[in-house]
Design a protein. Structure first.
Length: 299
């Protein structure tokens, strides 16, 4: 039963245990990781095109992704606002001018276009394309190994994580409320509790959640997980400037796992350098938890 869990965690753990410190190699790992994400999402689109009853499945994907995204985000906001009331975040930063949010949103949508390209390619039903699922499994193992290397190479030590109380608190609230939202979504959608919890465990990391969920639950749930987490990131990009002054904790928490990379520049420009350590700690913890939780609930 847990062989799939072990298979997913092993390359991640091996990558994290390797002490990679040479900067040029870290840059190469990051570039290769980006390309691997595109390749696997392309395979995911191909697998989607091979589904039976395709029209009904596309509507199902839209229904699952919208309901799960709403449930998870609402639970996140409730938990984060309760945390902010109990532990107010004092700051004196004045918001700066931001880069184009439309440009950043388009960068996120590029991955969606890769899935669409794979889907269109798969509609040809060229026989070799039927092996896309098997090819994506091997690519996934390499991806997880690279993710482990990237997390280790971030330079975040256990001492730094434990000392940043705000980042840890926000990460814990996002963790628990995302699972609560996933459980609620499972009831509304009519899927198993494990599936709902796995949907809630992506924490906005759409590229990884789409891949892992496709391998475990098939292309319908995998695609729904991808769009669920993509909606979360797009919403975070749009709302950070509006929330950061009065709802600083919610602005950080909505970014989820992406607060240590993609949404970090927006957080820094809106909330100042003070928010950066908390953002990195939250992103690091949730990035570490996401594949572990999804693998656990998939098993």
């Amino acid at each position: 039963m847990y062989s799939g869990l072990i298979l997913i965690l092993m390359p991640l753990i091996i990558g994290y245990l390797l002490p990679l410190t040479w900067r040029p190699l870290l840059v190469a790992v990051n570039k290769l990781l980006s390309w691997m994400v595109y390749i696997i999402l392309f395979f995911m689109g191909i697998s989607l095109a091979f589904l039976d009853n395709l029209g009904a499945n596309l509507l199902n994907i839209a229904r699952i992704s919208l309901i799960s995204a709403l449930c998870i985000i609402i639970c996140n906001v409730i938990g984060l606002e309760l945390l902010a009331r109990r532990y107010p975040w004092r700051h004196a930063h004045q918001q700066q001018a931001l880069p184009s949010r439309l440009h950043m949103a388009l960068e996120s949508l590029k991955l969606g276009l890769v899935v669409l390209a794979g889907f269109v390619t798969g509609l040809s039903h060229w026989p070799p394309l039927s092996h896309a699922s098997e090819a994506s499994e091997f690519a996934l193992l390499l991806l997880l190994f690279l993710v482990g290397l990237q997390l280790r190479g971030s330079g975040m030590t256990l001492r730094q994580i434990l000392l940043n109380r705000r980042g840890m608190m926000v990460a814990c609230v996002v963790w628990f409320t995302s699972l609560a939202g996933g459980a609620l979504a499972a009831l509304l959608i009519g899927v198993s509790l494990n599936t709902g919890l796995a949907l809630g465990s992506g924490f906005g990391w759409y590229s990884l959640s789409g891949i892992l969920m496709t391998e475990s639950f098939g292309p319908v749930i995998g695609s729904a997980a991808f769009f669920n987490d993509l909606l979360r990131e797009l919403l975070a990009i749009s709302l950070i400037p509006a929330l950061i002054l009065r709802h600083r904790t919610s602005a950080l928490g909505l970014c989820g796992a992406t607060s240590m990379d993609f949404t970090l520049p927006v957080l820094q420009r809106s909330g100042g350098n003070e928010i950066v350590p908390a953002a990195i700690v939250q992103g690091f913890l949730l990035s570490l938890l996401a594949p572990v939780l999804m693998a656990l609930f998939s098993a």
